[in-house]
Design a protein around this ligand. Sequence first.
Ligand code: HEC
Length: 156
Amino acid sequence: MKRAALAFAATTAALAAGLTLPVRAAPDGAAIYARCAACHTKTGAGVPGVFPPLGEDFRVMAASEAGRRYLALVVTRGVSGPIKVGGKPYAGVMPAQATLDDASVAAVLNHVGTEIARTGPAFKPFAEGELAAIRASGAALSAQDVGKLHAGAGGQ
Ligand code: HEC
């Protein structure tokens, strides 16, 4: 009782001080992209043969269900080739971005879709719920498993 009363008093004091209870702010896709840019570069052009570009492949994939699943799993599970992007082979490893929650993964993919890959008006934004379903369906996949999905996901 005493503890609850203290907690109540603290909350009341915080409210009285003009503080609002925490409200989840929408994640900022552009800010999150900074971590992707460390490898894929700021413009998404990548480094040929090392870090693939986030362009043509992304645009094609974002338009199909299998492609969207692949793109989301690349971020949540990581990816390791051999894969071909823009005609060039890649056989490196992208580490899973495990600290990003569903809303953050959706936000960064939407940033790539609209600002980096410049998919145009046809781009259908990723939703948090879509991410949750894909993450659950791919929970057992390794980065290599995700690499094997590349060709079937519309990879060039
Ligand atoms: C540590 C470097 C690194 C970081 C950080 C990184 N990636 Fe990657 N990414 C890679 C590499 C390497 C590959 C290709 C894997 C291979 O060589 O087999 C890749 C592949 C991809 C692909 C697949 C491209 C295709 O056409 O199949 C996508 C999409 C992608 N990354 C998006 C992202 C996004 C979005 C982020 C940030 C949330 C990110 N990456 C962060 C290194 C990175």
